[in-house]
Each structure stands twice: as structure tokens, then as C-alpha cells.
Design a protein. Structure first.
Length: 284
């Protein structure tokens, strides 16, 4: 019998396409006993690549839902998971339809998304020196740097990814990737974050889910951050996404996530136990 009267189902979005059902089972099964788990799309077809997967987990105990939500923003494979409670597990066609229409909130980017209509890409120059220039009136309105030119042979998807990506320079050794991701969430929803190195210097690349977040992110240039100041610029390259991850690496991330879960469980128990003790005394 499920404990409590709350929902027993969670929806997990922003899952890397290479994630497996077994990995989701291992990650969320440590929280409590799972009655049912579904990972959509159920069939991975290389001819129809997906940008993201959706997982639904139904627990026997509704109390597990509150604990599971503590895994929100936990980076798994290459993305920060988003966990929210829902009333029931939808059928696959319905879940995928909602994700395509962008109605699953929050955290799932529409796979066929495009740049906003006011943002225009143009090919300029003469061959073989042609480049792609992207014009965004919001950059001009906010007195922000224009987008740098890109090679003309880049495809539209790569261009879009780059135009949603910033580069953080002058990174200090003590700065952590998770802390930078959390900080830039104020600009917009972060989709990916990666360290990058060039000429013995370390940089942080951050890709947002939506292109307009770039405006807010660039405005954070010069802001104080953990003993230093942020240097934020447009990126000229996209974050390279991993095609696969070893079972050992995935297991390590699961173990790290479980540490967060155990801490959350201890906090919840510490808050609930005194109340239960008082109720028991009243019954006597």
C-alpha cells in the first residue's frame, strides 16, 4: 500500500539520448521500491535521432517522490536532470507529443526548435572566404557584443547550438562546474556545461536551452563570482556531446547521485522523527 496520499509518480526530463532504462532503474531505485518505470522513446532508432529522453517512475510509496526531487540538477552523463511529480504515467505517444509541442514543463527542449524569428543568419563574403553572420537586434538594444562570424560550411543545427553557447574565460582553479551551472541558471535554463582547454588555459562552455538566454548571460560579464570576476563571451564552437559512456562511468555518477539522495533522506527523517515521536506520546 502506498504511503501517504500524494502522487507516487515522477517525471524525469532532460535525459541524454544514450541513457538506458537500466541506468534509470539503478539511479531512482535506490530511493525506494519502484512499481513501474518507463523510458521514452522505448525504441532507439538511429535513423530518427532524438535530442532527449523522458522517464516516468512510479513508486509504491508516495514519500519517495519528495526525495527523488532532490536529484533535480544532478548531472547524469552530460545533462542536468529535472525531476517533478506528476499524477500518472502517460502513454508513449502522448508523452512524445507533449515533448514535441514543448508542453512538458520544465526542461525539455523541442527537437525541431529554431532560433527566434528576429535572429537571422546570413552568408556574407565571396568564396572561399564566405562566413555566416548572425544578427540579433536584442544584442544591439542591450549594447552587447555581436555574434562572431562562423565558417560557412557549418550546418543549421550546429549554428543554433553555438548561438546558444557562451564561453567563460579567466576561470579560477577553485571554481567548480556545478557552481557555474547554478550561477548561470539565473540567465536561463542550462542544457550542457563543459570544461575546455586551449593554450594551457581553462575555459567553461555553457549551452542554454533557449537562445534569448544569451542576452542575460552576457550581462553577467564582470559580475563577482567566488573570489573572482566573470569574463563572459560568445562561443565560436559547440559543446561536443559524448556518444556513449562506459558502464563504470555511469555507475560512478549513480553513486554520486545516491549520496545526494541519502543526505536528503537524512534531512527528511530528522525533520519527521520528532513529529512522529510527539504523535506517539499523544496517543498514549
Amino acid at each position: 500500500m502506498a504511503g501517504g496520499n500524494g502522487p507516487c509518480v515522477i517525471q524525469v526530463t532532460n535525459i541524454a539520448p544514450q541513457a538506458t532504462k537500466d541506468q534509470m532503474q539503478a539511479l531512482f531505485g535506490n530511493i525506494g521500491k519502484i512499481e513501474e518505470i518507463r523510458l521514452y522513446p522505448t525504441v532507439r532508432d538511429v535513423s530518427c535521432p532524438v535530442q532527449s529522453r523522458i522517464c516516468y517512475v512510479k513508486y509504491f510509496e508516495s514519500s519517495c517522490v519528495a526525495v527523488a526531487q532532490h536529484l533535480t540538477n544532478t548531472v547524469f552523463i552530460d545533462r542536468a536532470l529535472i525531476v517533478i511529480p506528476v499524477l500518472a504515467i502517460p502513454e508513449e505517444y502522448r508523452a512524445l507529443e507533449m515533448s514535441k509541442n514543448g508542453t512538458i514543463v520544465p526542461g525539455l527542449q523541442k527537437p525541431d526548435s529554431k532560433l527566434p524569428p528576429e535572429v537571422v543568419n546570413r552568408i556574407e563574403g565571396q568564396s572561399p572566404q564566405q562566413v555566416i553572420k548572425t544578427y540579433d537586434p536584442k544584442l544591439v538594444e542591450n549594447n552587447l557584443p555581436e555574434y562572431p562570424a562562423l565558417p560557412s560550411f557549418y550546418d543549421s543545427r550546429k549554428i543554433e547550438e553555438i548561438r546558444r553557447t557562451i564561453l567563460v574565460c579567466d576561470v579560477k582553479n577553485e571554481w567548480r562546474l556545478d557552481d557555474l551551472m547554478d550561477f548561470f541558471q539565473r540567465a536561463g535554463e542550462v542544457k550542457y556545461a563543459r570544461w575546455a582547454e586551449k593554450d594551457n588555459k581553462t575555459y567553461c562552455m555553457i549551452e542554454f536551452c533557449e537562445q534569448p538566454s544569451i542576452i542575460n548571460a552576457l550581462k553577467l560579464h564582470g559580475h563577482e563570482f567566488k573570489g573572482g570576476y566573470l569574463s563572459v563571451y560568445h562561443s565560436t564552437d559547440a559543446i561536443i556531446k559524448p556518444e556513449a559512456k562506459s558502464n563504470e562511468a555511469a555507475q560512478k555518477e549513480i553513486e554520486e547521485a545516491m549520496t545526494i539522495v541519502k543526505e536528503a533522506q537524512n534531512m527528511i527523517s530528522a525533520a519527521i522523527d520528532p513529529v512522529i515521536g510527539m504523535l506517539a506520546k499523544d496517543k498514549r
